[in-house]
Design a protein around this ligand. Structure first.
Ligand SMILES: [Fe+2]
Ligand SMILES: [Fe+2]
Length: 283
């Protein structure tokens, strides 16, 4: 397997839509405001439709119909708007069948959405300062590399699963490296650079399976998505062959104030919200 082939394949993927790119860039500047975000959304008809669909989903329980983009933006938050923009302009990433992971069409999207909801809830219990919307976007993006690796893993999935079973490898990341000399976090990083993602989101994509190696300033966010990812898999919402085939970093607990009861209640809440919003999100 030649790594250059993978990088070339990534560069052939469409870039993010102009509105998604502008939203992400805007969010990096400290003085962005709701009005600027709303204006970008309003100029993109498809994005407007998706944003209104999300804000009016039963999961948010608004009880009345929101028709104005600026109200939707102030309600959902800027990072979540960016998440919606990313997902709706990259169907080849989120909505394709992941043959190499034995995952069906849409499974990556569901796993990403559940990870995003879980990460957002967990962020509220962090011992460090974390923005819940940032955790949500990180959850949406963390596994983008799978869409790329999938085609190269196809045909090797059974071998990888056997390697897991016989404990020849420790986790699925190691199995990917064994087969392809790279893994979905590294491929995701290349795609993330192609998409011009901001640094903190690149850190999530690159290190969500080894959060201790993330740059210090983004580490708490990466641990948050790491735990959100694990929670999504515990719900049985993974991407096929690799579900529950990763280790939870033992020091994860140091980053959160979560006892067993709290964990249970987050676990239940996250599931409820996921069930209500999954159909309405991408449509
Ligand atoms: Fe992953
Ligand atoms: Fe994941």
């Amino acid at each position: 397997m030649d790594l250059k082939d993978i990088v070339r394949a990534i560069k052939r993927l469409s870039p993010l839509s102009p509105s998604a790119t502008r939203l992400l860039a805007l969010l990096q500047s400290p003085d962005s405001d709701f009005e600027q975000v709303a204006r970008i959304v309003e100029y993109d008809g498809a994005l407007t439709a998706n944003v209104l669909k999300v804000v009016n989903a039963p999961a948010f329980g608004l009880g009345h119909h929101v028709t104005s983009v600026s109200r939707a933006v102030s309600f959902l938050g800027e990072k979540m708007i960016a998440g919606i923009a990313i997902a709706s302009c990259a169907p080849e990433v989120y909505n394709s069948e992941l043959e190499g992971y034995a995952a069906q069409r849409g499974q990556l999207w569901q796993h990403s959405l559940l990870t995003a909801i879980a990460s957002r809830e967990i962020a509220g219990h962090s011992t460090r300062e974390l923005r819940p919307e940032e955790a949500f976007t990180g959850g949406i993006l963390h596994d983008i590399g799978k869409s790329v690796l999938s085609q190269y893993l196809a045909g090797e999935t059974l071998t990888l699963m056997k390697a897991m079973e016989s404990r020849a490898v420790q986790d699925f990341v190691e199995a990917e490296r064994l087969a392809l000399e790279t893994d979905h976090s590294e491929a995701g990083m290349v795609l993330g650079l192609h998409w011009n993602l901001p640094e903190e989101l690149l850190a999530v994509v690159r290190h969500h399976h080894d959060p201790g190696k993330a740059p210090e300033e983004h580490r708490a966010l990466v641990y948050c998505v790491h735990l959100g990812d694990a929670m999504a898999q515990m719900h049985g919402v993974g991407t096929g062959a690799d579900t529950l085939q990763y280790e939870l970093a033992p020091e994860t607990g140091d980053y959160f104030n979560i006892d067993e009861d709290t964990f249970q209640s987050i676990f239940m809440d996250v599931r409820l919200e996921f069930e209500k919003s999954r159909a309405s999100f991408l449509g």
